[in-house]
Unconditional design. Structure first.
Length: 41
């Protein structure tokens, strides 16, 4: 599970380019989603 916080130009759409903050799960429950930068063509 992740949350896109920024979009930058890239060769392919939807690729995660960078993880800004790590996410955590405990017993199949999401405690915090990871915050990522995704690429857009």
């Amino acid at each position: 599970m992740h949350e896109a916080i920024a979009v930058t130009s890239s060769d392919e759409d939807g690729n995660v380019l960078e993880e800004v903050q790590r996410g955590y799960m405990l017993n199949d429950e999401v405690l915090r989603t990871s915050k990522v930068v995704v690429g857009k063509r």
